[in-house]
Design a protein around this ligand. Structure first.
Ligand SMILES: Cc1cc2nc3c(=O)[nH]c(=O)nc-3n(C[C@H](O)[C@H](O)[C@H](O)COP(=O)(O)OP(=O)(O)OC[C@H]3O[C@@H](n4cnc5c(N)ncnc54)[C@H](O)[C@@H]3O)c2cc1C
Length: 376
């Protein structure tokens, strides 16, 4: 599109998570007028770490925000997969380092969202705006928020996460319970029982349990995440220290000790959900990005990364296409095959035997959408 057409574009983004904040940055760099509407009164994230891949860091460089992210993260060269008792299974350089000349950066989720929102112009994000409905009017769309306020935009970007209201325009795609719980906490290096030896991610695999150990050296902390098969779909399950200790039975004694010493008040316990692939991500004036489009399980560590790459691809498509309509089609063509595949492989986290232990005769990911819905 011509720079003058892009400057005349009025874009409304729903949701100020990673996808919404990144889309706001990328689309405002095109010169468009961008407003972000977020339901929460303050944007918060769980205490946990995340790995920002080289392609994601490359986007940040293009947008001029690399330093803001690098300041609050630690570069990492590789990840390692080990048995529960710390015998090495595989050690690999993070993919894409050679292609992009950037490392993967390990970051605390709170620092990440703060850094992303911090590079947006004052006044762009409108908190306390809970979207209730969206009406597609062809070449524009209308958003109506709780309390009755409504706005129209030439382009609405649905970045409203796994329970997306915007996605309802494109079908009834409900969250699907994975059959897993994730117990996430950030601990100090001093409490890591000597396991924090460098800046690389380690995943320890036992029967029905994976422990992700992600150092955050710049904070002198480690993100410690136990993901375990569990049939309870309650979104925020009540979990005791004994429950946690059962999931790491037979693990390296240092992992058991870390678990034994955890402050349960600090541990974020969630059932894990994703969605099936969504057939269509856009109309002529409404488009989905991030988890709203393709929520995936976390075994490949690609959900937030995909959200950032969506934002970059959407901005590229608008710049290169002749119209918004064409741009949305080429954005979906570029991104959906990639995220369909990531959704698929992210579901391959467990062996048949492990699944059968917890769900006799059934695969957790072939369950129907749960009536228990994620709350945030
Ligand atoms: C246990 C676990 C570990 C993970 N680990 C990783 C990892 O290592 N690497 C990785 O890349 N990804 C990881 N992910 C995935 C990643 O967290 C998500 O993919 C990412 O947060 C999606 O960002 P988003 O902005 O699309 O959605 P969200 O973060 O869900 O943000 C959506 C925003 O929209 C707002 N919103 C929702 N509804 C409305 C409404 N009606 N009106 C207005 N606003 C609304 C919400 O309040 C929220 O701020 C993990 C996920 C889990 C569960």
């Amino acid at each position: 599109m011509q720079p003058s057409d892009l400057r005349n574009l009025n874009i409304a983004i729903v949701g100020a998570g990673y996808a919404g904040a990144a889309a706001a940055k990328a689309l405002s760099l095109l010169g468009a007028t961008v407003n972000v509407y977020e339901q929460a009164g303050a944007v918060r994230e769980v205490g946990a770490g995340i790995g920002l891949r080289p392609s994601t860091m490359d986007r940040f460089r293009q947008w001029g925000v690399f330093d803001a992210i690098a300041e609050v993260s630690s570069p990492s060269d590789y990840f390692e997969i080990l048995t529960a008792t710390s015998d090495p299974i595989a050690k690999e350089e993070w993919p894409e380092i050679a292609t992009y000349g950037e490392k993967t950066h390990l970051i605390h989720r709170c620092d990440f969202i703060e850094a992303l929102l911090g590079v947006l112009p004052e006044g762009m994000v409108h908190l306390g705006h809970k979207l209730e409905s969206v009406e597609d009017e062809g070449d524009r769309a209308r958003l109506t928020f709780a309390g009755g306020r409504s706005v129209t935009a030439d382009l609405v970007v649905g970045a409203d996460g796994i329970k997306s209201v915007v996605r309802a325009l494109f079908g009834d795609n409900q969250p699907v319970f994975s059959g897993e719980h994730a117990y996430r906490v950030v601990i100090s290096v001093a409490d890591a029982h000597g396991l924090a030896v460098d800046d690389n991610l380690r995943m320890y695999i036992g029967r029905g349990t994976k422990v992700y150990f992600l150092p955050l050296r710049h904070r002198d902390q480690v993100s410690f995440d136990i993901t375990a098969l569990c049939p309870d779909p309650t979104w925020a399950p009540k979990v005791t220290k004994d429950d946690l200790l059962k999931t790491v039975e037979g693990f390296d004694p240092r992992i058991v000790d870390i678990t034994r010493n955890l402050d349960m008040d600090a541990v974020n316990c969630r059932a894990v959900y994703d969605i099936d692939p969504v057939d269509t991500w856009h109309s002529d004036s409404v488009v989905l990005v991030g988890d709203a489009a393709h929520s995936m399980l976390h075994h490949q560590g690609q959900g937030a990364n995909s959200a950032i790459l969506d934002a970059g691809a959407l901005a590229d498509a608008l710049k290169e296409a002749g119209s918004v309509k064409e741009a949305l089609a080429s954005y979906q063509a570029a991104r959906k095959p990639v995220t369909d595949e990531l959704q698929r492989i992210s579901r391959q986290g467990w062996t048949e035997d492990e699944i059968n232990d917890v769900f006799p005769g059934q695969k957790p990911n072939s369950q129907q959408p749960s009536s228990e819905q994620p709350q945030d």
